[in-house]
Design a protein around this ligand. Sequence first.
Ligand code: ADP
Ligand code: NI
Length: 220
Amino acid sequence: MDNEIIGKTKEFAKAKLYGESTGHDWWHVYRVWKNAVSIGEKENADMFVVQLAAFLHDIADWKLHGGDHDAGPNEARKFLESLGVKGSVVSHVCEIIKSLSFVGGGKKEMPTLEGKVVQDADRLEALGAIGIARAFATGQKLGQPIHDPEIKHVDNPSVEEYKKAYTGERKNTTINHFYEKLLLLKDLMNTETAKKIAEERHRYMEEFLERFYNEWDGEC
Ligand code: ADP
Ligand code: NI
């Protein structure tokens, strides 16, 4: 029964998000699910909750729903109830989706192990080779240059400052985004399993930046 529900949830998320181009497309969700499964198994989490939350975590992004942080949880609740999932599981999954939806969610502690696992899996998406690719894709969408030594990054940006870069109110570059978010993420991981993966991906991004600056300066 659980496997059937997981399969239906996977199909629902795929149908809804396939071809999305905001960085929250189906393949992002697929990778979060994969990461969440491998982290969750090592951390002994409830894999039914972990998998449902991973598939549904970006089902209705607040950024595309007029800032409504309840849009995602509401849609997830409707879908899970239509499958007859029991109330305590539905509430747990919706709570995870709601907590994940806040920008700078690092400020709010995820209350359950399953939430921590899915949050880690989602955050890992911003790191490593995939994270670099996503950052440049988002940068393109925001119309920001890849790099401009004259545009300085903000140290430890507040949520407001971070949002300004996203809405274009503050001129920014994609290389700056590394210092404003990507290089800070490894210290925000909840689980030991994700911390190890994040450290490896972090080193890879540092190497990327070193090489980027060398090439920028014509040194290699
Ligand atoms: P999340 O998946 O955590 O909700 P966002 O919607 O904030 O992330 O961003 C989607 C992707 O775009 C992430 O990989 C993030 O690192 C990247 N991104 C967000 N803001 C910027 C920016 N100003 N410049 C470049 N990349 C960005
Ligand atoms: Ni996500």
